[in-house]
Design a binder for this molecule. Structure first.
Ligand code: ADP
Ligand code: MG
Length: 452
């Protein structure tokens, strides 16, 4: 059998032994370069594929070769030249990368080229995939598995707090994990700007430029901050070109598509748009629920689904805020050793929610009256029947919680003369709502309608 046929047979076997994605990612584009005197050389076209096969599939390859009559003592994997591959396979470059990695860890003491480092907390594993971020997630995974090859640059854009930084850092972390020698640089654009200004002053722009131009992967966060900074754009343009020409992966995030960044040079816009641009959306309701659940679980808390849904409907467009709200709730309940409930979440978080300015005392009283189905006149009138007193007290409580009105003012709004009435009412409802689920639900519902 000629070499090619042998290898096709081996591939056929391998295809049956590993998962489909693994086969496509690692074996599909391999070839048998040499099989002589117990030595086998297999051609691979990507350094990441090479390393993965060496680490994970070497025995499998040896055994499969054996089945095809090739008894190899050793298998070597050689990078075969291909125009679009990350060229970091020769010894010189590897040495260079090692040195640079050493330098970059030293560079903490040299702020002029410090860069930021990747945050190991951002991984693909702890990113919840759903509507809105699915495509971005897939593209980031593709880039992580074949950096510099397909989507270069990868440009993610979208609103605040929807996971852009998380995803682009996850790419960096995944690449770094697979290839510890690779120089993966992450930088927030604002910091890039600051460093550049410092380098200008210190006349160390060459060092600055070299630092970034020697990256294997450059991740630039919030690139909209380049707007209006001509000199830095120029510097960035050259860095971009150097890396891009060497097939080094560039990953960019921004709050808007390249064409919409005002005061950004056209040549940069077209570079940014020259790879793959992906529009990220805020996650939908189900995804937000899944995110909350995941985060609660990682805090060893089992959240009531009602609370999860309440949070997911309270905060809709920003995962960072969602996380903040959850943490606040968990901390509050943890200190008091109580289980988080919708009522607690509601009274705790609506204060922070950025209350609409138009919400008035009148609206609160009306809404409360409506909820308990009693006439507004009775709420503010003299009647003292229980089915009127309780709603009145609830209205006072909500006025206190939501508008932070003084007790005299609260009393006045409900037609009472004595402010101690308001004080007692607020205290009473506050205490009773801790034990009375029905009361809690009523308060939550009224608040939700007020803010709806
Ligand atoms: P952006 O860079 O788009 O402003 P971040 O990446 O900083 O947003 O995300 C804000 C916070 O929300 C981070 O703590 C991040 O881990 C978290 N986050 C965002 N989206 C998700 C998701 N889909 N799954 C898990 N965590 C997420
Ligand atoms: Mg960000």
């Amino acid at each position: 059998m000629v070499q090619d046929d042998v290898w096709q047979a081996v591939l056929g076997e391998l295809e049956l032994s590993v998962t489909r994605p693994a086969y496509l990612t690692y074996f599909k584009n391999t070839s048998l370069l040499k099989a002589e005197g117990g030595q086998v050389v297999i051609g691979v076209n990507n350094v990441f594929v090479k390393e993965t096969i060496e680490k994970k599939f070497n025995d499998l390859v040896l055994n499969t070769l054996k089945k095809q009559g090739i008894n190899a003592q050793e298998v070597f994997y050689k990078m075969t030249p291909q125009k679009s591959q990350a060229v970091i396979n020769d010894v010189d470059t590897t040495e260079q990368i090692k040195n640079q990695t050493a330098n970059s860890s030293l560079s903490e003491e040299q702020p002029s080229v410090a860069g930021s480092s990747l945050n190991s907390r951002y991984t693909f594993d702890n990113f919840v995939v759903g509507d809105g971020n699915e495509l971005a997630f897939a593209a980031c995974q593709a880039v992580a598995s074949q950096p510099g090859i397909k989507y270069n640059p990868l440009y993610l854009y979208g609103g605040v707090g929807i996971g852009k930084t998380h995803l682009i850092q996850a790419v960096g972390n995944a690449i770094q994990k697979r290839n510890p020698d690779a120089k993966v640089l992450y930088i927030a654009t604002e910091q890039f700007v600051r460093e550049f200004v410092m380098a200008l002053r210190a006349r160390t722009t060459a060092t600055f430029a070299n630092h970034y131009r020697s990256a294997d992967v450059l991740i630039v966060d919030d690139v909209q901050f380049l707007a209006g900074k001509d000199k830095i754009q120029e510097e960035f343009f050259h860095t971009f070109n150097t890396l891009h020409q060497a097939n080094k992966q560039i990953i960019i995030s921004s709050d808007k598509p390249p064409k919409d960044i005002a005061m950004l040079e056209n040549r940069l816009k077209s570079r940014f748009a020259g790879g793959m641009s992906i529009d990220m959306q805020a996650p939908d309701f189900e995804t937000r629920c899944a995110i909350i659940q995941t985060k609660a679980e990682s805090n060893q808390v089992n959240l009531d689904p009602e609370v999860v849904e309440y949070l997911a409907s309270l905060i809709t467009s920003n995962v960072r805020e969602l996380e903040g709200a959850l943490n606040q709730l968990l901390a509050w309940c943890d200190v008091r050793s109580i289980t988080p409930t919708v009522a607690i979440a509601s009274s705790l978080l609506s204060i922070n929610k950025g209350r609409p300015k138009h919400l008035s005392a009148r609206q609160i009283i009306e809404r409360t009256a409506k909820h308990f189905q009693i006439p507004l006149e009775d709420m503010v009138g003299p009647k003292r029947d229980k089915d009127i007193v309780v709603p009145r007290q609830v209205a006072m409580y909500i006025l206190h919680e939501e508008l932070r009105l003084s007790y005299p003012k609260i009393a006045h709004e409900l037609g009472r003369k004595d402010h101690t009435t308001a004080m007692h009412s607020v205290r009473k409802i506050s205490q009773e709502s801790q034990i009375d689920a029905g009361l809690r639900a009523a308060i939550t519902e009224i608040k939700e309608q007020l803010y709806a």
